[in-house]
Design a protein around this ligand. Structure first.
Ligand SMILES: Cc1cc2nc3c(=O)[nH]c(=O)nc-3n(C[C@H](O)[C@H](O)[C@H](O)COP(=O)(O)OP(=O)(O)OC[C@H]3O[C@@H](n4cnc5c(N)ncnc54)[C@H](O)[C@@H]3O)c2cc1C
Ligand code: SF4
Length: 325
């Protein structure tokens, strides 16, 4: 049986109290659906947890006058996915939230915890005993990566469902600490090192995510490839936002892919191959091929990397065909 290590818990009631508590050291816990299993596996050993459960100001969804969506970091995924405004205007975000894990988990799991989720790896999400048998790895206390043995950086997969969609919509995140607050694009929250993949400082709290209203006629999709539809992390997660001009030609397209390495991959070079063109088979095929060329799944999860790369192109093609229909 896996047991919890000993730790103290502080329960602030406001954002100010939370950042003050965090400034004194400790680790944030929101729904705890990822953190707690990781504590049990001995992946973390914080002496103090700062619980966000009682910070009511972090919960809720509203729209601003300019039309942007603002989601508090403490909003549960079930509430996010059920929100009528989100379902109507940011449908890909609702879709990503409603396919995380399972209903009991989504009832307590938060958007903030999803955005700040730890990276995952078949050699990491294991007990201390299991990891110790291999001599540990770069993400814990070892000196080798079992996925890329010649590599110098951890390539564990960032497998959260909502961030690829948030990035494709051009969302920003508000980070607050005792030193002040700053707003950064969600795309810049992540760095390509699975051992330290968040660009947040340890004393920073994510308070909310702001998602611009998609332009008129824009359509979006979220595709999650996974082994079991009932409950599973993505083997691939693909967010697409497509905008078209009045004549039907592509005016903009974003494709963001997760569950590859430590940060979501924004597929670049799409404007050059798609902008101003009709969304026909040739354009769809070119976008799918560009996504395949830009994305390199690794052996960091227990699903074949070559298969994932082949499936990626197929899923991008199908999603674009549906969006264009
Ligand atoms: C069986 C199982 C299946 C799962 N399947 C999926 C899946 O399919 N897709 C998926 O995306 N996830 C999955 N998860 C992981 C997890 O449930 C979700 O990602 C969830 O959204 C995490 O939110 P939480 O509030 O529980 O985060 P927590 O576990 O409380 O925290 C996660 C991390 O975020 C940090 N954090 C939390 N809130 C903040 C904040 N406001 N500011 C800064 N840091 C913060 C914590 O310190 C911690 O490091 C699964 C988990 C389990 C146990
Ligand atoms: S990718 Fe390599 S370093 Fe990172 S957790 Fe996996 S085995 Fe460890």
């Amino acid at each position: 049986m896996l047991t919890m290590p000993p730790f103290a818990v502080v329960r602030p009631r406001s954002v100010d109290e939370a950042v003050d508590a965090l400034a004194q050291g400790g680790r944030l816990v929101a729904g705890g659906t990822d953190l707690v299993p990781n504590l049990k596996r001995g992946l973390l050993d914080p002496k103090r947890l700062v619980s966000l459960r009682r910070v009511a100001a972090l919960r809720g969804v509203h729209t601003e006058e300019g039309g942007a969506l603002v989601v508090g970091a403490g909003t549960t995924l079930v509430d996010l996915a059920a929100d009528t405004r989100v379902r109507e205007t940011w449908s890909a975000l609702a879709r990503a939230a409603e396919v995380v894990a399972s209903p009991p988990i989504r009832n307590v799991a938060t958007l903030g915890g999803n955005v700040c989720l730890d990276t995952r790896c078949a050699y990491y999400d294991q007990t201390d005993f299991w990891r110790g048998a291999l001599g540990h790895c770069l993400k814990t206390c070892g000196d080798v990566c079992h996925v890329v043995p010649s590599g110098k950086r951890c390539v564990a997969a960032f497998s959260a469902d909502t961030p690829p969609v948030l990035i494709a919509y051009g969302a920003t995140a508000t980070l607050v600490s005792a030193r002040g607050s700053r707003t950064v694009p969600v795309a810049e929250l992540y760095v390509a090192d699975g051992a330290r993949h968040l660009a947040l400082d340890p004393d920073e709290l994510l308070t909310e995510v702001r998602v611009p209203r998609p332009g008129p006629g824009a359509r979006a999709a979220y595709v999650k490839v996974r082994s079991r539809a009932a409950i599973d992390f993505p083997a691939l997660s693909i967010a697409l936002v497509l905008a078209r001009a009045g004549d039907g030609a592509v005016s903009d397209v974003s494709v963001v892919v997760g569950a590859l390495g430590a940060k979501p991959r924004v597929v670049d070079g799409l404007a050059a191959i798609a902008a101003g063109r009709p969304l026909d088979e040739a354009t769809i095929g070119a976008i799918a091929e560009r996504a395949r060329a830009a994305c390199h799944p690794l052996g960091n999860i227990d699903i074949d990397a070559d298969w994932r790369r082949a499936v990626l192109a197929v899923q991008v093609r199908r999603a674009l065909a549906t969006l264009g229909a």
